[in-house]
Write a protein that binds this ligand. Structure first.
Ligand code: FMN
Length: 323
């Protein structure tokens, strides 16, 4: 399939794997890229330029196809060494960066000078326009359904994507709630040039996370995610579990007085315990409503091949026959 996104990134299929904390390691990124999509290493999971350098080199040994690095810009008193992380991305010849969180404007000149294509992930039309204005090459439009941080507007993709299509000149992919060929074709009908998946890629054989996490996603339905940290204006969609219920009980009890320190036990240091040690109930971790559409644990290649074959089938037998 040829779209503006496959052309922009030099990939075969318009499918991107979004950066995911403690999931987006070299193994997953390379598997996605080898299958014809765009794999993304999560920069902040590595944390330091030295570690990111090693992870990029590992990925380059596993694939000769294009892959990217996610840089999530978080508000922080002690921010990561973003200039150092960008330097190793540039020095290793990585040509795609997925930015997320705060506006990446200050880092744009360095990335553009190095010939890097920047795709900014954001959850609103106004932030998508801002991304276009600061020189991003594409946007990943992340709807309310998404795993992770859906923002505070709560606009689902059936509205958000056509709104983005109406306003943007640069290409965008649909993110949030994407799982299969139906998602891809629907997203393209709504104006996207491809799709970005997070949760779906965790439940694959290539995702270097504990089997318990993959099974937790397979066993979850679309009813099993919760929104937390709304009163901190840092809303996150997570998989429900006893720790999340305890966190939500505190949110209810403290109301607008809630502080991050009140819920630190349920959110801090959770990802290595969940993803590496296989304790999905260790705390709150991001998961999309799309878990309700995930019922198997294929290889990444099987997943992407299936999506592309079924996408052709939808167009050829369903859509073409309908007109
Ligand atoms: C476990 C997990 C961790 C994530 N970590 C990050 C992250 O560190 N940075 C980021 O930009 N997005 C992160 N995301 C969001 C994904 O990149 C993607 O935008 C989102 O999962 C799309 O929604 P979906 O899960 O419905 O496919 C994470 C998502 C999940 C499920």
């Amino acid at each position: 399939m040829k779209t503006q996104i496959t052309e922009l990134f030099g990939i075969e299929h318009p499918i991107i794997q979004g950066g995911m904390h403690y999931v987006g390691f070299a193994e997953l990124a390379a598997a996605v890229s080898n299958a014809g999509g765009l794999g993304i290493i999560t920069g902040l999971t590595q944390g330091t330029p030295e570690k990111l350098d090693a992870e990029i080199k590992k990925c380059q040994e596993l694939t000769d196809k294009p892959f990217g690095v996610n840089l999530t810009f978080l508000p922080s008193l002690t921010p990561p060494d973003y200039p150092g992380l960008i330097e190793v991305i540039i020095n290793n010849g990585v040509k795609v960066v997925e930015t997320a969180g705060r506006n990446p404007a200050v880092y744009m000149p360095a990335m553009k000078d190095a010939g890097i294509k920047v795709i900014h992930k954001c959850t609103s039309v106004r932030h998508s326009i801002k991304a276009q204005d600061i020189g991003c090459d594409a946007v990943s439009v992340d709807g309310f359904e998404c795993g992770g941080h859906p923002g505070e507007d709560d606009i689902p993709n059936f509205i958000l994507l056509p709104r983005a299509a109406d306003e943007l000149d640069i290409p965008f992919v649909a993110s949030g709630g994407m799982a299969d060929a139906r998602s891809l074709i629907a997203a393209m009908a709504l104006g996207a040039e491809g799709m970005n998946m997070g949760t779906r890629f965790i439940a694959t054989q290539d995702a270097p996370v504990h089997q318990n996490v993959k099974e937790a996603i397979v066993n979850a339905s679309e009813l099993d995610t919760r929104l937390i940290m709304r009163s901190l204006t840092n809303t996150e969609r997570v998989l429900n579990n006893p720790a999340v219920e305890s966190l939500m009980a505190k949110e209810k009890a403290y109301g607008d007085e809630l502080k991050f320190e009140d819920i630190i036990d349920e959110v801090a240091g959770v990802y290595p315990k969940v993803m590496m040690d296989g304790e999905p109930e260790a705390g709150a971790w991001s998961c999309g409503m799309v878990a309700g559409l995930v019922s198997d644990i294929p290889t990444v290649k099987e997943l992407i091949d299936r999506i592309m074959a079924e996408a052709e089938e939808i167009v050829a037998s369903k859509l073409q026959k309908a007109i």
